[in-house]
Design a protein around this ligand. Structure first.
Ligand code: NAD
Ligand code: ZN
Ligand code: ZN
Length: 355
């Protein structure tokens, strides 16, 4: 797809029918900024004018084609999109024009299978994923499944809400399923976009927190955000440090993108504790069977969150208990942002903004 040549006369008409979008046409290539047709909402859909979209490491996995399940191509990534409903399609009752909504990774689910009926819609086999199986919010406009959008609380700006849509809900859910109780120690491995939000949820939920990363500036941020203990995995073995300093953690949440962090996270857990697997390096995790049995350790995968998890996660942010450290940037910077992410140079979250 090439950007169409636009004459001066047609400019005004085109501004109503075209939108700017960042597009992946081939894996491991730069995204192209193009003018593409503005989508029209079909039955059950809303057209959302995007105001902000966070850049998640999952977008980088999508661009690189890292995972066994590939995204559609061409693809508009982005699953932390927040904006205002501009049009609704036939049959939409969940939102109205003017509502501020978020379009998450769980773009839609079937609503009818056993998982959907049991409140486990993130496991639905017939789900769509925003910015992966369907186009996402690295664009001026994005279609949403009206029944599955997040309602953005009034007190939360679109920029502040964006990282909650994935980084927030994912880590809040991971802590919820970890089995840790207020007063317990938890460890967060990887203080990046997800991790720096995770540790704030952990504090707000009443846990004591060990923050682990391999970059000192991220551990500085962790301290500023309330981490009780910080460990640099390049300077000491985090599992040994955690076992000796706090007697092991009830839950270790790994949101890093390297296998070694998962191994260390596993060995940080105390008897009866759990490792919650959230980060998505394409790797195997070797687990000692004997220790797992004798120590009664649980290993759990956790994927984003349901609509009710989302509502709760947004409420923490709306009450000021959780706030991502954000740098904003225009959509045109997307390639340099992904490059910085690849090198581990982003402290907090970068949120794309739209004029
Ligand atoms: P990010 O790049 O912002 O953060 C990754 C962090 O890990 C960085 O701070 C980096 O310094 C740190 N790190 C690297 N090596 C480490 C090590 N050995 N020990 C400790 N920390 C280390 O990425 P992000 O946006 O936070 O996403 C993290 C991962 O989570 C990605 O793989 C992403 O796809 C995945 N993810 C999963 C879900 C889910 O539902 N399970 C949802 C969103 C993202
Ligand atoms: Zn994400
Ligand atoms: Zn379903």
């Amino acid at each position: 797809m090439k950007a169409p040549v636009v004459s001066g006369k047609e400019q005004e008409k085109n501004s109503e029918t075209l939108m700017k979008a960042a597009i992946v046409s081939e894996f491991q290539q730069e995204l192209e900024l193009q003018d593409v047709p503005k989508p029209k909402p079909g039955p059950g859909q809303a057209l959302v004018k995007i105001e902000a979209c966070g850049v998640c490491h999952t977008d980088l996995h999508a661009v690189n084609g890292d995972w066994p399940v590939k995204p559609k191509l061409p693809l508009i990534p982005g699953h932390e999109g927040v904006g205002v409903v501009e049009k609704i399609g036939p049959g939409v009752t969940a939102v109205k024009v003017g509502d501020r909504v978020g379009i998450p990774w769980l773009y839609s689910a079937c609503g009818e299978c056993d998982y959907c009926l049991k409140g486990q819609e993130t496991l639905c086999h017939n789900q769509e994923n925003g910015g992966y199986s369907v186009d996402g919010a690295y664009a001026e406009y994005c279609l949403a499944a009206a029944d599955y959008v997040a309602k953005i609380p009034e007190s939360l700006s679109s920029v502040d809400a964006a990282p909650i849509l994935c980084a927030g809900v994912t880590t809040y859910k991971a802590l919820k399923v970890s089995g840790a109780k207020p007063g317990d120690w938890v460890a967060i491995y990887g203080i990046g976009g997800l991790g720096h939000v995770a540790l704030q949820y952990a504090k707000a939920m009443g846990f004591n927190v060990v923050a682990v990363d391999i970059a000192d500036e991220k551990l500085e941020l962790a301290k500023k955000l309330g981490a009780d203990v910080t460990v640099n995995g390049k300077k000491e073995d985090p599992a040994e440090a955690i076992q000796s300093q706090v007697g092991g953690v009830q839950a270790a949440i790994s949101v890093a993108v390297t296998k070694v962090a998962f191994e260390q996270a596993y060995h940080s857990v105390k008897r009866g504790g759990s490792l919650v697997v959230v980060g998505l390096p394409h790797d195997e995790l070797p687990i000692p069977i004997f220790n797992t049995v004798l120590n009664g350790v649980t290993v759990k995968g956790s994927i984003v969150g349901t609509r009710i998890d989302m509502k709760e996660a947004l409420d923490f942010a709306a009450r000021g208990k959780v706030k991502a450290q954000i740098e904003t940037a225009p959509l045109s910077n997307v390639n340099s942002i992904l490059d910085k992410m690849e090198k581990g140079e982003i402290n907090g979250r970068i949120v794309l903004t739209f004029d």
